[in-house]
Design a protein around this ligand. Structure first.
Ligand code: ZN
Ligand code: ZN
Length: 389
C-alpha cells in the first residue's frame, strides 16, 4: 500500500495519540483536555499559527507551504468529541471516564489529522496554506456551525473544505465517496398528545392519549408512502413514546412522542413538516384531545462538490492502491455540512474493516487505518496545491 513512508515511521506516535485521546473522552463542547492535547502537539510540530477558542473549544493550525503563489487555502477537518456510552470493549486503553466513550472514532480522526500536521509541518511540499481544523461537538452540538459563526472561513480565507469519517463494514483502508447529496438533513420534533386521564376500567370517562398516539404513529408512516414523491428520500421515525404514568390501571393524561425527520429535498422536508403538524392536530382533535408540537431544524444536507470529489477520489486511489467505492446516500447526518455549505469541498469515508458499528459500546476504531488516513490528508494537500517544478 503506497502510504507515505513517513507515516510508517510515525505510526507508533499516531497510535499512542489516539489511545491517549480514547482513554480521556469528552462530550460535545467539553473537549478541554483533548483541545489542549491537540494544541500542544500542533505547537510542538512547529505549525505557523495555532489558534484556540474558535467555536468555544475548537483549535485551528495554519501551515504554510514552501511556496505561497497559488493563494489557495484549504481546510482539513477532524472532529474531537465522544459519546455518552459506557464502553464495553475490554481494550487495555479503554475509556477511563465512566459513561463516556469514543464510539464514533473521532479519536482516530483527530490522531490522523495530527499525523498529517506533523508531516506537513516538516515537509511543506505545497504551494499555498492549509488550515487544520479540530472541531468539538459534532455529535448533535453543531460545533462546525459554531466555528463558522466565530469567523473560521473569513479569518483564514478558507476556500475549500475536506472531511473524513471511518466506516465499519467497509474493507480496511478502502475509500468510498459520492458527489452531490451525501448525508441527509436531520430535524427533530416533539409531539405532546394531551387527553384526559382516568380509571382504566372506565375508559368512557377518559380521553385516551395512548390510543390517539398509537394512531398517530401509524399515520405518520403515510408521509413517506403517500404524501411525498416516491423517488425522493424521506424517513420519519418515532423513537420515544412516553406516557406520564407507569401503571396497569391508569389511563394517562399525556403521551410524549419524540422523533426525527430525514430528507434531502427542501420541498419534501416542508411537506413532511406540515404533515407532522396537521396529522398530530387532526388525529388528537378527532378523538377529543389536543396536540402540541415543537419542530427543530437540525444539520442541513451534506453535499460534495463535483471537482473536489474527483480530487478526493484520485488521491484516495493513489494512497490505497484500490478503486474507490461509489457510496450510496446516507440518511444519517453530519455537521460538516455547514462547512461544505459555507464553501465547497468533499467528505470521504475510509473503511474501518469488519468491526461493530459506530455508536455501539463494542465499536473499536481500527489502528491499521491511521497511516492511511494521514497519508490521504498529506497527499491531498500536495496534489491540490502542487509545487511548480
Ligand atoms: Zn457519530
Ligand atoms: Zn462520527
Amino acid at each position: 500500500m503506497p502510504i507515505k513512508n513517513q507515516f510508517s515511521e510515525l505510526y507508533e506516535h499516531i497510535k499512542s495519540w489516539r489511545h491517549h485521546i480514547h482513554q480521556n473522552p469528552e462530550l460535545l463542547y467539553d473537549t478541554i483536555h483533548t483541545s489542549k492535547f491537540v494544541e500542544t502537539k500542533l505547537k510542538e510540530f512547529g505549525c505557523d499559527e495555532v489558534i484556540t477558542g474558535i467555536g468555544r473549544t475548537g483549535v485551528v493550525a495554519i501551515i504554510k507551504g514552501k511556496e505561497n503563489k497559488s493563494g489557495k487555502v484549504i481546510g482539513l477537518r477532524a472532529d474531537m468529541d465522544a459519546l455518552p456510552i459506557q464502553e464495553q470493549t475490554n481494550l487495555d486503553y479503554a475509556s477511563k471516564v465512566p459513561g463516556i466513550m469514543h464510539a464514533c472514532g473521532h479519536d482516530g480522526h483527530t490522531a490522523m489529522l495530527l499525523g498529517a500536521a506533523k508531516y506537513l509541518s516538516d515537509t511543506r511540499n505545497f504551494d499555498g496554506e492549509v488550515a487544520l481544523v479540530f472541531q468539538p461537538a459534532e455529535e448533535g452540538g453543531g460545533g462546525a456551525k459554531e466555528m463558522i459563526d466565530d469567523g473560521l472561513i473569513e479569518k483564514f480565507n478558507i476556500q475549500e473544505f475536506y472531511g473524513m469519517h471511518n466506516m465499519p463494514g467497509l474493507e480496511i483502508g478502502q475509500f468510498s465517496i459520492k458527489s452531490g447529496d451525501f448525508f441527509a438533513a436531520a430535524d427533530t420534533f416533539t409531539i405532546k398528545i394531551i387527553g384526559k386521564g382516568g380509571h382504566a376500567a372506565k375508559p368512557q370517562e377518559t380521553v385516551d392519549p395512548v390510543l390517539m398516539s398509537s394512531n398517530l404513529v401509524m399515520a405518520l408512516q403515510s408521509i413517506a408512502s403517500r404524501n411525498t414523491n416516491p423517488t425522493k428520500d424521506v424517513v420519519v421515525s418515532i423513537c420515544t413514546f412516553l406516557t406520564d404514568t407507569v401503571s396497569f390501571n391508569v389511563i394517562p393524561e399525556m403521551v410524549t412522542l419524540k422523533g426525527t425527520l430525514r430528507t434531502f429535498d427542501k420541498e419534501v422536508q416542508a411537506i413532511a413538516k406540515d404533515k407532522i403538524f396537521s396529522l398530530s392536530k387532526s388525529i388528537a382533535e378527532a378523538y377529543g384531545g389536543k396536540a402540541e408540537i415543537e419542530f427543530n431544524y437540525g444539520y442541513p444536507v451534506m453535499k460534495n462538490s463535483n471537482d473536489a470529489t474527483e480530487i478526493a477520489k484520485t488521491v484516495a486511489e493513489k494512497v490505497s492502491g484500490k478503486n474507490t467505492v461509489s457510496a450510496e446516500k446516507i440518511m444519517g447526518a453530519e455537521d460538516f455540512s455547514y462547512m461544505l455549505n459555507a464553501t465547497k469541498g468533499a467528505y470521504i469515508l475510509i473503511g474501518n474493516g469488519d468491526t461493530d458499528s459506530v455508536h455501539s459500546p463494542t465499536y473499536v476504531f481500527n489502528d491499521e487505518i491511521l497511516p492511511i488516513g494521514s497519508s490521504y490528508w498529506a497527499e491531498l494537500v500536495e496534489t491540490k496545491m502542487q509545487l511548480k517544478k
